[in-house]
Design a protein around this ligand. Structure first.
Ligand code: FAD
Length: 355
């Protein structure tokens, strides 16, 4: 009998786990209180990276996730992911030099560039910096579209989707089957995957599991589609920006967007003006909208993955940087749930550290 698994949440994390489980032959039910695509996921900057300022074990997990994106993109046709490279000068030169040297020693493909080289890579920058780091292996995914495609492909592998199905409470642990009380009755399975993003702490608590979280806000501004202005990701000192596959320029005040302050619309308009002033040829660029997302983040800032202590039929998957990590998390979760294989890369990030 295939193992039956209920995946709660169809953002990028739940979608990837559901896809990997279904592909491996599990009987998967995906439950989302809305349509697939997520809540934090559509508000994400979508940068796939193992970039600066993280401890080495987290770097190792992220670099593996970047490789898993390539594997996933080969398995799911048309997944919207592109490897355009990331240019970075979002901190003082001395700090960039130190972080660049550290990451190079770990194997990250970091190159130091001067102003002329930056201008060659991004010819539309109005004022290229004198010094920047380039990581050619970084990329970006269109996060919501990726999550939706993974759900559709998981359905092709036999998964069942219940859109509009809200989990109210979880019953896991003990010897009986796991149960999810929903807005439309109770579902049973061998295991529950909790990938409900910012809503995960309350659902975990309903099963007696502690999952301390914070959900810091992040604002991004989006232009209307425009002629190509950027070749890759640009992490500049004033903002981070990239151009999407459909030509929209997206910017956040720092990686993945910053706090909107008291007037989000005004903050978004200011950010838009800054972005436009940084690009030659952007005179006709038009403001479209802003998004305000809340990053599902375990309290210590690192992923919370795996089964809580003493509970064998609940797998928790909550993290920031979920766009980067999703393919690796999906793979590792499926291996653990179906084959009891625990990937050592997850050792520092197991959910039971909060018990
Ligand atoms: C502004 C911003 C910028 C970011 N930039 C980056 C970046 O550049 N790179 C990167 O790697 N990461 C980035 N992130 C982080 C990344 O977006 C998140 O880690 C990721 O989207 C989390 O995905 P998720 O599937 O866990 O959550 P979500 O996308 O929030 O999905 C959770 C799903 O669970 C469902 N759900 C909730 N409660 C219930 C319930 N009771 N019953 C059923 N379903 C339920 C929701 O409807 C939703 O579909 C950014 C985040 C933000 C906000």
């Amino acid at each position: 009998m295939p193992r039956e698994v209920i995946v709660i949440g169809a953002g990028i994390i739940g979608a990837s786990i559901a896809w990997h489980l279904a592909k491996a032959g599990a009987k998967v039910t995906i439950l989302d209180k809305a349509e697939p695509g997520g809540v934090a996921t559509p508000c994400s900057f979508g940068w796939i990276n193992a970039s600066f300022g993280n401890p080495e074990p987290y770097y190792r997990l992220r670099i593996r996730a970047m490789a898993e994106w390539k594997r996933l993109a080969a398995e799911v046709p048309n997944l919207p992911v592109r490897w355009q490279g990331g240019l970075c000068w979002d901190r003082p030169r001395s700090e960039l030099e130190t972080l660049g040297a550290e990451h190079s020693s770990w194997g990250y493909g970091v190159r130091k560039l001067g102003r002329d080289e930056v201008a060659r890579i991004e010819p539309n920058l109005a004022d290229p910096p004198d010094f920047a780091l380039l990581v050619a292996e970084e990329g970006a995914a269109e996060p919501q579209a990726s999550a939706r495609m993974l759900v559709i492909d998981a359905q092709r592998h036999g998964a069942r989707l219940i859109a509009g199905g809200e989990a109210i409470a979880l019953h896991a642990g003990g010897t009986s089957r796991a149960r999810v009380e929903t807005n439309d009755g109770t579902l049973e399975a061998d295991e529950i995957v909790l990938a409900a993003g910012g809503a995960s702490a309350d659902l975990a608590a309903s099963s007696g599991v502690s999952l301390p979280m914070k959900t810091p806000p992040g604002l991004l501004v989006h232009s209307r589609p425009y002629a190509p202005l950027l070749n890759g990701l640009v992490m500049a000192d004033r903002l981070h920006m990239r151009q999407t596959a459909e030509g929209r320029l997206v910017a956040g005040a720092d990686y993945g967007g910053a706090d909107p302050g008291p007037n989000a619309e005004a903050t978004a308009r200011r950010l838009f003006d800054t972005m436009r002033s940084m690009l030659e040829g952007a005179g006709a660029l038009e403001y479209d909208s802003y998004t305000l997302g809340f990053r599902p983040t375990p309290l210590d800032g690192f992923p919370a993955l795996g089964r809580p202590k003493g509970i064998e039929n609940l797998y928790v998957a909550v993290t920031h940087s979920g766009v980067t990590l999703a393919p690796a998390i999906g793979l590792f979760a499926a291996q653990e749930i179906l084959d009891s294989i625990r990937d050592p890369l997850l050792a520092p990030y197991r959910a039971d550290r909060f018990d």
